[in-house]
Design a protein around this ligand. Structure first.
Ligand SMILES: Cc1cc2nc3c(=O)[nH]c(=O)nc-3n(C[C@H](O)[C@H](O)[C@H](O)COP(=O)(O)OP(=O)(O)OC[C@H]3O[C@@H](n4cnc5c(N)ncnc54)[C@H](O)[C@@H]3O)c2cc1C
Length: 557
């Protein structure tokens, strides 16, 4: 449906708090920070691709929010008096993914984004209403496949890299497979691109990025970029999962000049979790993506500088401070008086032949909306007996007809929390197969059809149908890049505190370098403990800096 059709004038009902109405009092408070102005039918308030667009509240009339233009125009929502426009991009500095067009003349209240930030920081009820709506709208956009289009072959590793980059960074996107999507051929013809020149990313319907590197895509889409500031900051946080983001929030809010880097996306492993149910304060659970988005907004509010994609490839000591070298990006250095390593872990690959062949299309290491969309309607297998496997199975069972949970243990209680076991066992679409190990992947042209599994008690093999396999079989730490500069345990995790005589808790073998979260030897692999350690580390950084530079930390008497 187009925004210009008459039916578009009807207001879109509120969906899960995505489209709430402001009270009169809230509109008055916003009016003190902005300007009211009349609108005309057909007027564009902001366009797809606009950077730094203003916050608009509708006082009178109706506004349609659309994606694309001309024949490709797609109506997303229509808003009337009391509603407001925008989504997460407005607060994070990304360009708008949508265009807002006045459908019925009226009046809007326009508030510059800096004024909005200041107001919501002071008015928590208003801040909460707007933030919840923005986060929900981002989820809706992701679900609708609005935003950028990624066009490529399902067999291309680069296409998969781009899809993963978009998914991990919660960039709304639509995947168009040149192998099977009926619209792919016409789209490529229109753009003047041969299939062998894919993958491409299409932005605003016209800008084509040919197989862009993560940095290029991040720049175009306004992700927090690396800064060209040469100043030495107080704290460099390497890795921005829950531990790193917590350190960024606490560091910046306690007056430390803090830079937080991530190689892939803010949020780390937690960002790949469809629902975290045991994090304090979220009784109905929270998606990892939303937790990460909230933390990013909070860290930026306090002035932390975030940078993605920024992969640390080495670090060294220089004249009493540290220099972290970034991969690519002209081997740029980020310098700090203290460094916190929060690089977490990455998931192990299945030890089976032909894995490489199927990895681009049918093997996944995360289960979020993006992966669920890829295999909706097909049977899938989840490998692993821990909480991440259990969560993935539960989430996928809402999208696919059957999920087989393959665990090599003889009992799920060995590695999975009781609350999850109960849910898994009661889910009608999940079949749990214990004592089961994957032996072979079967299919053609990189598309998985079946997997051969073996019962580890009697070695009996059977073949089960599976269009995709989700792997959660353990993890190893991201410490290879440290080049032996820090002491590690026998499994490669960073040793700290009690394990290192004379060190502060969470301090590594190198004074001034700290470690927190999953990458730390002996840590509890949970979101809450990573967040706790990330925040504790900031306190220890203060102590280290105070000892070293006789520097008085703010607020301490
Ligand atoms: C699917 C899934 C579901 C989960 N569910 C739950 C749950 O419900 N409850 C719970 O408590 N826990 C859960 N966990 C575990 C939890 O997510 C982790 O314990 C937590 O994320 C650890 O946080 P972290 O910050 O230490 O590390 P990570 O989350 O691993 O983050 C590390 C970050 O560092 C980055 N990085 C790595 N190397 C570099 C480098 N060289 N340069 C720059 N950046 C780098 C990575 O890209 C990553 O973003 C789940 C994990 C998964 C995978």
């Amino acid at each position: 449906m187009s925004a210009t059709e008459p039916a578009a004038v009807a207001e879109t009902p509120d969906l899960y708090g995505a489209y709430p109405r402001l009270s009169e009092g809230q509109i008055e408070r916003l009016a003190e920070r902005g300007e009211r102005r009349a609108t005309e039918a057909g007027e564009v308030l902001f366009r797809e691709g606009d950077e730094g667009y203003d916050f608009h509240a509708i006082v009178a009339g109706r506004v349609a929010v659309v994606q694309g233009q001309g024949p490709d125009e797609r109506l997303i929502a229509v808003h009337g008096p009391g509603r407001f426009l925008g989504e997460v991009s407005l607060l994070t500095g990304q360009p708008s993914f949508l265009t807002a067009i006045v459908r019925e003349a009226g009046e809007v209240l326009v508030v510059p984004v800096d004024e909005l930030r200041d107001l919501v920081a002071r008015d928590s009820a208003l801040g909460d209403l707007i933030l919840r709506a923005f986060l929900m709208r981002r989820s809706i956009l992701i679900g609708l496949g609005a935003g950028i289009r990624i066009v490529g072959s399902r067999y291309s590793r680069d296409a998969r890299r781009l899809r993963e980059f978009a998914a991990r960074n919660r960039i709304p996107h639509r995947w168009i497979d040149v192998e099977k999507d009926p619209e792919a051929e016409a789209l490529l013809r229109e753009l003047g691109i041969a299939p062998e020149e894919t993958p491409v990313v299409v932005w605003r319907g016209e800008q084509v990025l040919r197989n862009p590197a993560g940095e290029e895509l991040a720049r175009v889409l306004g992700l927090p970029a690396s800064h060209s500031d040469d100043a030495i900051c107080d704290l460099v946080v390497v890795g921005s999962g829950p531990a790193g983001l917590a350190a960024a929030v606490y560091g910046a809010s306690e007056g430390l000049a803090t830079v937080a880097l991530d190689a892939v996306a803010m949020g780390g492993q937690a960002g790949t979790s469809s629902r975290i149910e045991n994090y304090l304060g979220f009784p109905s659970g929270i998606s990892g993506g939303e937790l990460a988005e909230r933390a990013v907004i909070q860290a930026e509010k306090f002035g932390a500088r975030l940078s993605v994609p920024s992969e640390a490839s080495g670090f060294e000591q220089r004249d009493g401070h540290f220099a972290v070298r970034l991969d690519g990006d002209g081997n740029r250095l980020v310098e700090g008086r203290a460094v916190l390593m929060t690089t977490g872990v990455h998931y192990l690959r299945l030890p089976v032949e032909r894995l490489d062949e199927f990895e681009a299309e049918s093997v996944y290491y995360a289960a979020t909306e993006a992966e669920a969309l890829m295999c909706a309607g097909d049977p899938v297998a989840v490998v692993g007996g821990g909480n991440s496997a259990g969560q993935a199975a539960l989430f996928l069972s809402r999208h696919v007809p059957v999920v087989r949970l393959l665990a090599r243990e003889d009992d799920l209680t060995r590695c999975m929390s009781r609350y999850l076991i109960d849910q898994v066992e009661n889910a009608p679409r999940i079949e749990v197969m214990l004592n089961t190990e994957v032996r072979e992947l079967v299919g053609d042209d990189g598309v998985l059809e079946q997997i051969v599994v073996e019962d580890n008690r009697d070695s009996e093999r059977r073949t089960i149908p599976a269009k995709a396999v989700f792997v959660f079989i353990g993890a190893e730490p991201h410490t290879g890049w440290l080049g032996g500069r820090l002491e590690l345990d026998e499994r490669g995790f960073i040793l700290t505190g009690a394990a290192m005589p004379g060190c502060r808790l969470l301090e590594t073998s190198l004074p001034g370098v700290f470690a927190a979260g999953d990458v730390r030897s002996g840590s509890i692999k949970r979101v809450a403990s990573a967040v706790g350690e990330g925040s504790m580390a900031v306190r220890l950084v203060h102590e280290y800096l105070a000892d070293r530079h006789s520097w008085q930390q703010p607020g301490q008497t």
